[in-house]
Ligand binder design. Structure first.
Ligand code: CO
Length: 135
């Protein structure tokens, strides 16, 4: 079958203090923020630090009912999800559904920086929350 992943888009890390996390990545690795955005629909603020053709995405909640706030409360800081870049988000989502997989987004929706995204439930993907990202 056709390979649908084209690149790792980002590794998302949930943090309590976004400025502190950014400052540490800058100080320790010389990383720089390429993009920062509040995504109201998800209740998060994110900072993207470039690593070659991919990003580290530092994520922090902007309100208490945000899924990331619940994640931090339950599990603490750490790896939150892996974003895989795909040519066509709808096609990749359909492929997951065709395997009987459980999805969080039934249809592709707008993500940050003008992307189109859909999340796959970690129960399906062996414990990892997966985001399909179409640029
Ligand atoms: Co993401």
């Amino acid at each position: 079958m056709t390979e649908l992943f084209t690149e790792i888009d980002h590794i998302a890390i949930a943090v309590n203090d976004l400025p502190a996390a950014i400052a540490w990545y800058e100080e320790a690795f010389g990383a720089t923020v390429e993009h920062q955005e509040v995504v109201d629909s998800d209740g998060v603020e994110e900072a993207l630090l470039r690593v070659a053709d991919s990003y580290i995405q530092l994520l922090t909640p902007t309100r208490e009912d945000s899924p990331v706030a619940k994640y931090l409360a339950n599990k603490g800081e750490g790896l939150h999800h892996v974003g895989y870049r795909v040519k066509n988000c709808a096609e990749a989502l359909a492929a997951v559904k065709a395997t009987g997989g459980r999805v969080i987004d039934d249809a592709p929706r707008p993500g940050s920086r003008g992307t189109t995204v859909a999340f796959v439930h970690p129960k399906t993907s062996f414990g990892t929350l997966i985001e399909l990202v179409q640029e």
